[in-house]
Structures are given as structure tokens and as C-alpha cells.
Design a protein around this ligand. Structure first.
Ligand SMILES: [Zn+2]
Length: 84
């Protein structure tokens, strides 16, 4: 379940070949560019948006940390009612 962004902005890429989506969350920003995906750290698009909002030191909002999740923890609690 991903958090809803407080706001979203579109930034044209420097080369003019596309548009990146910068989303602002309560705890930080995300960007759809490769740089952000790779580094998971505020990219120049995020910094540009953040600066426009008077945020000098933007943070990255990381939401998809589901790798190595806790699947199955609830399955054990549900014992079979009729195991015989
Ligand atoms: Zn970016």
C-alpha cells in the first residue's frame, strides 16, 4: 500500500526527451528518473522542486522496501481447525 503524495510535479528532462514525475510526500520526495531509481537519493529534479518550496535539504521518500518481506507470519497463527 503506497502512501499518497502530497503533491506531484512534472519536470522536463535536461535533454528535452521526456518528463519526470517528482512527487512530494510527508517525509521526502520521489522522482521517476533513472538517477533517483538507481541512487535512491534526491536527484537534481527533486532538489529543484524542493528549492522552489523553500526546502534546502530534501530527503528521498522510499516506499517500496518490500524485498525480503515478512510473508507467512500470519499464516502460522491460523491453525487448521480440522487437522484430523
Ligand atoms: Zn529526477
Amino acid at each position: 500500500m503506497a502512501a499518497k503524495p502530497l503533491a506531484t510535479h512534472q519536470m522536463a528532462s535536461d535533454k528535452g526527451t521526456g518528463v519526470y514525475d517528482v512527487a512530494r510526500y510527508e517525509d521526502g520526495f520521489t522522482c521517476s528518473c533513472k538517477s533517483f531509481e538507481y541512487r535512491q537519493a534526491p536527484c537534481k529534479h527533486i532538489k529543484r522542486i524542493a528549492n522552489a518550496h523553500g526546502i534546502p535539504d530534501p530527503k528521498a521518500h522510499l516506499e517500496s522496501q518490500s524485498e525480503g518481506g515478512t510473508d507467512g507470519t500470519q499464516a502460522n497463527a491460523k491453525a487448521a481447525p480440522d487437522a484430523s
